[in-house]
Ligand binder design. Structure first.
Ligand code: PLP
Length: 377
């Protein structure tokens, strides 16, 4: 405990964070109206979703008790994987204990030394961390300028014509709220013989028929090599998954280390997610998407936002301005979190407002009024 090097490093990093207004602390008291979470269809509080989790708790206990390959078959995992594969239009799906752990296992299982990953510049931390865990060369491109993707693909092919190339993109961007130009990305990756891992964490449940995602909405599912998703957002639970061809799923369950070497998702989380997925695919799911759409329309008709989905960035510039704006809204009973570096690039700190089917018209009106009167410095 008395090694001065550790303490000096910890202290100097805290000083730097405080200086840049990016020191975080856990929230202590709940804010009455939340525009912070990703429970887009309000399914985490749905009685059927809660009941399914409770029944699985009674039947299987609180834990999966071990990694999947050791613990023996769990019907809740198997049922959910079949349902996810059917939803995504793939042969099979494989569950991971969280969305975050999904690419950390999948990416290093797919590419290594001599291969190239082409990742969109502002991709989620878990996609970057998955890339870092592989020994592949990492190159960035901009989803707003796909000539950068084309150049990256050409360069990777020139450098190692026999190497594999994995393109990694979020469909609905978690912080910017915009949609990837998927058709063009698929055209380029197909021409180059690359594979695409599409992270539909935020689009799942919302876009496409039965909420199957952006690839499904655009009729491009069969061109996506690996469809990644999370159970922690529209599916109201926790966990992550890859949906793909059977051979790829077999490969991942043999080689994805975060699948192999960690305790599996709890049976109750799987049962809740499966109940949520049934609702998402039903007429009730359509009604929830309709309610979410109404909330989005109400918001964008009164507040200028370039986005048509549930995620709206309200740009503040500096970390300190974003933190002050969040605090101001909190005093009004509204939780709209500040997103600062390193989550977003320097100078683009923002509030991230996410809408849900749960919000009432009055709540949306309240946040619009508060945002319009925000004292942005
Ligand atoms: C784009 C994206 N992918 C993956 C994840 C990780 O998913 P989970 O929160 O379910 O672990 C997140 C989480 O916010 C995300 O925004």
């Amino acid at each position: 405990m008395n090694s001065p090097a550790f303490l000096a490093d910890i202290q100097s990093r805290e000083t730097a964070r405080r200086h840049d207004h990016r020191q975080r602390a856990l929230p202590q008291s709940p804010t009455p109206i939340s525009f912070a979470d990703n429970d887009y269809l309000a399914l985490s509080r749905h009685s059927a979703v809660i009941q399914a989790g409770q029944q699985a708790l009674d039947k299987y206990g609180t834990s999966a008790r071990a990694a999947r390959l050791l613990a023996g078959p769990c019907p809740e995992h198997q049922k959910l994987e079949s349902a996810l594969a059917s939803w995504k239009g793939t042969e099979r799906a494989l569950l991971f204990a969280s969305g975050y752990l999904t690419p950390l296992g999948a990416i290093p299982a797919l590419v290594g030394l001599g291969d190239t990953i082409l990742m969109e510049r502002n991709a989620h931390a878990c996609l970057f961390d998955g890339a870092k865990l592989s020994d592949a060369r990492l190159r960035l491109f901009s989803r707003h300028d796909l000539t950068t993707l084309k150049k990256g693909l050409d360069a990777a092919l020139a450098l190692n014509p026999k190497g594999k190339i994995l393109v990694v993109v979020e469909s609905l961007h978690s912080m910017d709220g915009d949609l990837a130009p998927l058709a063009q990305i698929i055209r380029f990756k197909t021409e180059a013989g690359a594979w695409l891992l599409l992270d539909e964490a935020h689009a799942g449940g919302i876009f496409g028929e039965q909420g199957a995602g952006l690839a499904s909405e655009l009729g491009l599912t069969s061109f996506v090599d690996l469809q990644m998703g999370t159970l922690g957002k529209s599916l109201g639970s926790s966990g992550g998954f890859i949906a793909s061809r059977g051979t790829i799923i077999d490969h991942l369950l043999n080689e994805a280390r975060t699948f192999l070497f960690g305790t599996a998702l709890s049976p109750s989380a799987a049962a809740s997610a499966e109940a949520a997925l049934s609702i998402i695919r039903s007429a009730e799911g359509d009604q929830l998407r309709q309610k979410l759409k109404q909330n989005i329309s109400q918001f964008i008709s009164s507040y200028p936002s370039p986005q048509a989905g549930p995620i709206h960035p309200i740009h503040c510039g500096s970390n300190s301005a974003a933190a002050a704006a969040t605090q101001h809204l909190q005093q009004l009973g509204l939780n709209v979190p500040a997103i600062r570096t390193p989550t977003v690039p320097t100078g683009t700190a923002r509030l991230r407002l996410s809408l849900s089917a749960r919000h009432s018209q009055d709540e949306v009106a309240k946040v619009i009024h508060a945002l319009k009167n925000l004292p942005l410095s």
